[in-house]
Structures are given as C-alpha cells and as structure tokens.
Write a protein that binds this ligand. Structure first.
Ligand code: TYD
Length: 202
C-alpha cells in the first residue's frame, strides 16, 4: 500500500511546536515533497464548539462532554482529511492529535492509556510523534506574551499535570524534543528525529 507519512507535533501550550511544524512544512515544500498541514482542534463543527469552550471556559460543560467533543472532532478529521491525504501518499503534518487528548483530558481524571487505546481504534497510528517539552514556566511566559488572557487550558497547575502525562508516553514512534533552546537548535533536533522516514536528505 502506498501510504503517506503521518508526523505529529505534540506538547503543552507555548512549547513552540506549531512554529516547528510550519518550519518542517516549508522545508518539505522546498524539497517538492507533497504534504499537508492539519491542526486539532479543527475548524469543523466540533472544533468550533471546542474553540468556544477554550475562549469562554468550561462553565457548565462536563469533562465527559469535553472528551466527547474532542473525539468527535477527531473522527471527522480522520475521515475527511487524514485518511484521504495518507491514501494520496502525502506527508501529513499534524499540530496536535490524540496524545493531546490523552494528556489534557487525562489531566481531568480520565485514564490516559484508555484514551490512547480508544483513539487507536479509529485514528491512524502516527509514524512519528514529536513531543516537545520545556519547563511549564517557559511555556507560561510564551503564552502570556502572545495572548491577552489565558484559557482554562493554560493554567499553571493544569499544564504541569498535562506535561507529566506527556512525559509518560513510550513507544517506538515517540521522540522527545527539548524546546528550551533556540529555534534553530530545536529545528535541528526535529530534522534529526524525522530524517529516517525520508529517502532524501532533509
Ligand atoms: P492549540 O493547539 O493551542 O490551538 P490554537 O493554537 O489554535 O489555539 O489547542 C487548543 C487547546 O486545546 C490546547 O490548550 C490543548 C487543547 N486540546 C485538548 O485539550 N485536547 C485535545 O485532544 C486537543 C487536540 C487539544
């Protein structure tokens, strides 16, 4: 089967993963490697409900509903975007995927491992997952300088718990990238961690 590649960027808010994801997309474009960049939560119907929750806080929305919304959003993303792109042989770059659900909704009290297993029943397993980590203080600094107000997802204690869960993931497709250093240094690490998936030199 001529399946493309699925590369996922994960980490707590303010870890710099979105910038690195864009940098890799630019490089693939320069090299003429067909790729698509996707992000979750999406801009679809469930993603927009989630964005409301991010902007307005969790008031009245139960943890169960929150988890349901992220799962529904992903089901839609898999069917409409991820599977077709992989079938077309593209490199799919994702800014967040089900490891975020395991970590963020896991930090609300759900079992992260169960979330991961439930997702893997319908969501393609990535060829590589880059988990960005830095001190939550550094993340909060970045968040505070770039946003007017923190969402319920960006509070210090919650992020520390999320980070702890992110650090617990293991598997042959999982790599940790320390994002405390400069943009260039982090980018070097990113290239190093995905190079073996490509025939050409990145
Ligand atoms: P984020 O990547 O910060 O989106 P944007 O840059 O467009 O604002 O994601 C928004 C938030 O959603 C982030 O705090 C993490 C959270 N999130 C979950 O809690 N569970 C999930 O499954 C996903 C995909 C995201």
């Amino acid at each position: 089967m001529n399946r493309g590649l699925l590369i996922v960027f994960e980490g707590i808010d303010g870890s710099g993963k979105s910038t690195q994801c864009r940098m890799l997309a630019d490089l693939l474009n320069k090299k003429g490697i067909a790729n698509i960049s996707l992000a979750e939560p999406t801009r679809g119907k469930w993603g927009m409900k989630i964005r409301q929750l991010l902007a307005k806080g969790r008031n009245g929305i139960s943890a169960n509903e929150e988890l349901e919304w992220f799962m529904n959003d992903r089901r839609e993303d898999v069917k409409q975007n991820i599977e077709p792109a992989l079938k077309a042989g593209k490199v799919v770059l994702m800014d967040r995927y089900y490891f975020s659900t395991a970590a963020y909704q896991g930090a609300l009290g759900f079992d992260p491992e169960k979330i991961r297993v439930d997702n893997e029943r319908f969501a393609p397993i990535p060829d590589r997952v880059l988990i960005f980590h830095n001190s939550p203080e550094k993340s909060l600094e970045r968040i505070e300088s770039s946003r007017e107000e923190k969402s319920a997802f960006e509070k210090r204690d919650y992020l520390i718990e999320v980070q702890t869960i992110f650090k617990s993931f293991t598997g042959p497709n999982i790599r940790y990238v320390s994002s405390d250093s400069s943009l260039e240094k982090v980018y070097e690490q990113v290239l190093c961690e995905v190079q073996d998936l490509f025939e050409v030199k990145l």
